[in-house]
Ligand binder design. Sequence first.
Ligand code: ATP
Ligand code: MG
Length: 392
Amino acid sequence: MKNIVKKYGDGFPAVNDVSIDIADGEFVILVGPSGCGKSTLLRMIVGLEDITSGDMMIGGKRVNDLAPRDRNLAMVFQNYALYPHLTVFENIAFPLRLAGASDAEIQEKVRAASKTLELDEHLERKPGNLSGGQRQRVAMGRAIVRDADAFLFDEPLSNLDAKLRGQMRTEIARLQKKLGITTVYVTHDQTEAMTLGDRVAVLKRGLLQQLASPRELYENPGNLFVAGFIGSPPMNFLPAKVDGTKVELPFGTVEIPADKAERVAGKGLLIAGIRPGAFEDASLIDTSHANLGSTFRAKVDVVEWLGNETYAYLPFEAPPEVQEQLLQLEKDLDGDSLRTQLVISLDGASRVKEGDEAEIWVDTTQMHLFDPASGDNLTVDHENAGQIPVYA
Ligand SMILES: Nc1ncnc2c1ncn2[C@@H]1O[C@H](COP(=O)(O)OP(=O)(O)OP(=O)(O)O)[C@@H](O)[C@H]1O
Ligand SMILES: [Mg+2]
């Protein structure tokens, strides 16, 4: 995709200058909140939506003006679009019959697909009698027999309950590896994005924010939006006054590594981003490790013990200078309040209790510092952050 723009009738740019290069066999996720343009982008790849400007290239060939059937792509829809009166076999065979394939070819291809998908024993059944996961596999079977150049999925799991969603996620990942077929997958669920994708494209209001591997996104988010979107529970955002290697946070002053300090020298009030997992109960940190981070004392108002880990909630009030930015971020993320509490994840062995004034350790090497005006991550390690487009 080269500088792809989509303006609908009213002139609103649903997709705004998006460039993404997807390699053969790659599994790429398009993720972002509702209305950010994911489905529109996917539909432009398949040819179900006109492209306002830019180039859509498949295998080196510009396909902007090709009809969907001439692009040889297979779209798996959210509702699977199976024919209820046809058997599983005939549902899978459908595109082959449409193309006028011989009976022998149909037998061979459907059998091969059903073997891969483990649907052999269900071939004579009707979709209505199958589980959600089995229906999903039938829909994928129909895509497989066509020998499509790529699979395109638009939120295929959003109709399923949480448990099945987890199972199907693993199954799609396994199948994609087995088939090695280029796949573009739309979701608004950051967990699906992180677990399925070789690379993830994060979109906001039609603009690509960052294109990177899940690990790069998690460790080196390019801006506040990506930082807040990726990770659960989300990254904490705190007002931060920087002075050399000292950073003043609402809970006290911590030390940051010199290389980070250098990148934010002379900046006034910034927004610090720290993931819940970067904190620990100070009493559980051994002395050799302790000086790699900083400790502070803070009041804990709620504790949730989950066995292997403990979430602790530390209330704070963001100062007026960053309220506005954090409020906007909350809206962009459809999220909980980012301005009033710190969520930290401690080891399950921690004895921190509600109401305690606890001693908390924080790994400041994992702290990010964002420009409150632009939202840019000033401490990002660009070598390990994939692509971060710059907009004028
Ligand atoms: N047919 C249309 N006419 C006008 N505007 C549209 C049309 N379809 C979508 N839009 C607008 O384009 C933007 C992107 O829509 P799109 O369906 O691509 O979002 P999405 O990221 O898939 O969201 P969701 O997660 O809710 O499915 C939205 O602001 C939407 O209002
Ligand atoms: Mg959509």
